[in-house]
Structure formats: structure tokens, C-alpha cells
Design a protein around this ligand. Structure first.
Ligand SMILES: C[S@@+](CC[C@H](N)C(=O)[O-])C[C@H]1O[C@@H](n2cnc3c(N)ncnc32)[C@H](O)[C@@H]1O
Length: 290
């Protein structure tokens, strides 16, 4: 098992880390090899290891994440933001976190489009965003949103971001989601005005639970993994994707390389993809075949 890093792609092996099991159970779920759980665990571990003393927290595109009370424990102020109460809000932003977590007396719920951040600069020591930046538009919009979010950080603050990673290269988007390629993430990091705390590790283990199938299957079959997955609108026109997280800070920690790429990751993905293709053809409609 590799040692843990805040900057990496999701991998089935991460679900065997004791701290991941602990964090996933803390949100009252059992580990089931799903990227959403991976993001929760990664966020909570970053809060624990990189920002344990943070007191002023801001979340972007939070919806009603079950991690909000856990991330916010010990903070003076936890400001969660999303398109709350707006007609264009997603389902997850239609629930009021205040009603979901009435025990939190440090919680502030703020309606904010993250492309127009309206909170004071340098007012936070921890900022986070779980799988939300990829929904705000095209790459320049995402870069601008992350740059604005970075301005919220004070000098020692750090920002955790998770987003969808396009593992197949090229450009791929659905109506509401841009799947960021490694090159796009590199551009985003370099334009953020901030510094990575570690290079982003791109490594895929050959664990069978990394086998990709069409992403929609995980909604109806909770026994199937959703760690590396296939996103596809039309037959044979899709990509392999997963989730990636990285942490940026104002302070320069001397990290110069954006990516730390395992040279075997592409061949491992090819083999897993061949296996996934066969399983997928038994379980998915033809539209989702590759
Ligand atoms: C995939 S959901 C993730 C929600 C939550 N972070 C979680 O992990 O459960 C994407 C979230 O981004 C929010 N969102 C999309 N565009 C946004 C924008 N321009 N400004 C703020 N939030 C936005 C949506 O309302 C939604 O809550």
C-alpha cells in the first residue's frame, strides 16, 4: 500500500485504509467502493492532517454533504455555500443544511454562485469543494472560480478540491459536467495563484474493484464498484473517468511538478477496461457499450 497523500486519484485500494473505513462509517455508511465515499474520506483526512487547527471554514457547492458536521467540528465558523433556494439549484442544494444539522451552532448557510464569490478575501483558513467546480462551465470559468476561492484563504490556509478526472485524454463533457484531463488540471493549478502541497499522484492499481463499467450502473446496483468508471452518452463515444483530489495553499512548499505519474497506469487501465467491457455488455444498454 502506498502512503497516503492528499493529492491523488481515487483507487479501490484506498478503501482498505483504516482511516478511510473510519471516515466512511462516521457518515453512517459502510465502505462500498464508491467515489463519493472516497471524496468524503479524503476530505476528512485532509482536515485532520493538514488543517486540524482551522477555525474559519468555507465550502463551495456543498449541497447537503453529510460530512459538514465532521469537517466543521472544532471550528468557530463553517460557511457552506451553494445555489441554495434558487430555481437553478441541484436537488442536493434544495435541502437546507441548517435543517439537516440543527446541532451545529457554528454553521452559516450562504447562497452563492461560486463563479461570483462574494465573501471577504482572506477570511478563511480552510476552503473545500467536493465535485462541484466541474459544473460551473468551461475550463476558463472553472479556473476563475478556483482563483476566486483561493482569494478566500489567509496566508497559511489550504483549499481541498475534488473533481472528475478524464483518464482517456482529449476533451469530454456532458451538458452539466466537464471531465478535467490532467492537462486541464495542470492549467488550473498553475493559474490558481496558489501552490500544491504535494504533486498529484496518478496511479491505478490492478485491483479488480477498479474495473470500469458504465457509471449509471452504480445507481441501481450498489454491489458494483464506482471507483474507475465509464462515462458515455453514445455507443463507443465515451471516456474512463474517476475522481481526483488536490490541496492548494498560499504558502509555497517547493512543489514544482504538478503530476507524479506511474508509468504503468495506462497499461493497467487498458487491461481493466478490457475486463470491464465484457461485464458491461451483459449489464448495460447498447448505448453504453464500448
Ligand atoms: C455533484 S453536486 C455535489 C454536491 C456536494 N458537494 C456533494 O459532494 O454532495 C454539485 C454541486 O455543485 C453545485 N453547483 C453547481 N454549479 C454551481 C455554481 N455555479 N455555484 C455554486 N454551486 C454550484 C450544485 O448545486 C451541487 O450542489
Amino acid at each position: 500500500m502506498q502512503s497516503w497523500t492528499p493529492c491523488k486519484n481515487a483507487d479501490a485500494l484506498d478503501f482498505f485504509r483504516p482511516e478511510f473505513v473510519e471516515h466512511i462509517r462516521a457518515v453512517k455508511e459502510e465502505p462500498r467502493m464508491h467515489c463519493k465515499q472516497w471524496e468524503y474520506a479524503q476530505l476528512l483526512e485532509v482536515r485532520r492532517q493538514l488543517a486540524p487547527e482551522a477555525k474559519r471554514l468555507v465550502g463551495l457547492g456543498c449541497g447537503c454533504e453529510p460530512t459538514i458536521p465532521l469537517v466543521g467540528a472544532g471550528a468557530e465558523r463553517v460557511t457552506v455555500t451553494d445555489l441554495y433556494n434558487r430555481d437553478d439549484a441541484w436537488d442536493v442544494a434544495r435541502r437546507d443544511p441548517r435543517a439537516a444539522f440543527p446541532e451545529m451552532d457554528n454553521l452559516e448557510v450562504h447562497t452563492m454562485d461560486m463563479t461570483r464569490v462574494d465573501l471577504p478575501k482572506k477570511s478563511a483558513d480552510f476552503v473545500w469543494s467536493l465535485c462541484a467546480v466541474e459544473h460551473v462551465g468551461e475550463l476558463p470559468d472553472i479556473i476563475d472560480a478556483v482563483r476566486q476561492a483561493g482569494e478566500l484563504l489567509d496566508d497559511d490556509g489550504v483549499m481541498f478540491i475534488s473533481t472528475e478526472l478524464n483518464l482517456s485524454g482529449g476533451r469530454y463533457r456532458t451538458k452539466g459536467t466537464l471531465f478535467l484531463s490532467p492537462a486541464m488540471i495542470e492549467e488550473l493549478v498553475r493559474s490558481s495563484g496558489l501552490h500544491l502541497v504535494a504533486p498529484i499522484e496518478l496511479k491505478i492499481s490492478d485491483h479488480p474493484m477498479n474495473t470500469p463499467v458504465w457509471s449509471g450502473l452504480s445507481f441501481t446496483h450498489d454491489a458494483l464498484p464506482h471507483v474507475i468508471y465509464r462515462v458515455q452518452r453514445r455507443p463507443f463515444d465515451g471516456i474512463y473517468g474517476t475522481v481526483v483530489s488536490f490541496v492548494l495553499g498560499r504558502r509555497d512548499r517547493g512543489v514544482r511538478e504538478i503530476w507524479d505519474v506511474d508509468p504503468d497506469h495506462a497499461s493497467i487501465l487498458r487491461k481493466l477496461g478490457d475486463k470491464g467491457r465484457k461485464i458491461n455488455r451483459r449489464m448495460s444498454p447498447i448505448k453504453r457499450w464500448w
